[in-house]
Design a protein around this ligand. Structure first.
Ligand code: AMP
Ligand code: MN
Ligand code: MN
Ligand code: MN
Length: 295
């Protein structure tokens, strides 16, 4: 059996719904050998995930998904194999989390102008003390009956042009790559087909990413269709990037992004885990202490 990789996932440390340890146990049940925990703008779940990964015999890759402002767009850069004690990275993440904190207050103020009261407190309940994202506002708005599901609530309230959208002052592309590289990690342009960019603009983004030292494209993503995977594989090949694969799993209530069901890496791509810098290539496989796993 070949080694199974899932290099993009979320826990309760950001907007996922499983605790880091639960996520790791699920990954193990789904026969994933190497899992990257890549919460939005923080590494708070890594320690717990690592402990559980050691216990069940799975390789945990320390990661984070950084929010980046690129023109008027927000794009996501996943950092893999991060040294989570690196001060440059920690300072960068702290800045993003401070912006997130301000943004959550601003989202709440804007919703209040539309007579939706108590949104910040409501979102806080769902975030359970972790950093607040739009998903937590979404859950609050659904609970209050403003929309019937995630898709609808984002469309009505939380995307650009809607009352609960606050334009961002996230990291620049250069900053995000700088922090990831300072922490010894690989920078991955996440779900490149999701940004609704024209072909020309996407090439421009890839060019800038490459000039700044970015070397990996997330070709296989839970949010890419088969056609998109093929198109991204072509781009990956023509730019000479390596390719990553990740489910972007957020929890069991998000049925269209499941775990352990990723399509195979296209043959014309070089997987990032075959790159010389991939730390796990040199590691021995951990033997599980217990073979009885439950969530
Ligand atoms: P944030 O980083 O707080 O702005 O939130 C971004 C997150 O919101 C993404 O990672 C997804 O988890 C979620 N999200 C964004 N757009 C949508 C959408 N249209 N439907 C459902 N979830 C979405
Ligand atoms: Mn998310
Ligand atoms: Mn993302
Ligand atoms: Mn993600």
């Amino acid at each position: 059996m070949s080694v199974q990789y899932d290099l993009h996932s979320h826990s309760t440390a950001s907007d996922g719904s499983l605790r880091p340890s639960e996520l790791v146990r699920l990954a193990k049940l789904r026969n994933i050998d190497v899992l990257a925990l890549t919460d939005h703008d923080n590494i708070d779940g890594i320690a717990e995930a690592r402990l559980e990964a050691d216990r069940v015999g799975l390789q945990l890759v320390a990661g984070a998904e950084l929010s980046v402002s690129w023109g008027s767009q927000v794009i996501h850069i996943v950092g893999l194999n991060l040294n989570i004690e690196n001060p440059v990275l920690l300072k960068g993440l702290q800045r993003l989390c401070e912006f997130r904190q301000w943004r959550s207050e601003e989202i709440s103020r804007r919703l209040a102008k539309k007579r939706i009261e108590g949104a910040l407190e409501g979102a806080r309940v769902f975030a359970k003390g972790n950093i607040i994202g739009r998903v937590h506002f979404a859950r609050f708005l659904i609970e209050q009956g403003y929309a019937k599901d995630m898709r609808q609530v984002f469309k009505r309230y939380l995307v650009q042009g809607k009352p609960g959208y606050v334009p961002g002052d996230w990291a620049t592309l250069e900053e995000a790559l700088g922090w990831i590289h300072a922490a010894g990690g690989q920078a991955v342009l996440a779900h490149p087909a999701r940004y609704r960019l024209s072909a020309t603009r996407l090439r421009q983004l890839l060019g800038e990413f490459q000039l700044l030292g970015g070397s990996v494209l997330e070709v296989v993503s839970g949010s890419h269709s088969r056609d998109e995977i093929q198109r991204m594989a072509q781009l990956c090949h023509s730019f000479g990037f390596m390719a990553s694969a990740g489910s972007d799993y957020h929890g069991p209530e998000n049925p269209y992004m499941d775990m352990g069901k990723l399509p195979a890496m296209p043959a014309n791509c070089i997987p990032v885990w075959e790159s010389p810098g991939w730390v796990h290539a040199q590691q021995t496989v951990v033997t599980p202490i217990s073979s009885s796993l439950s969530l």
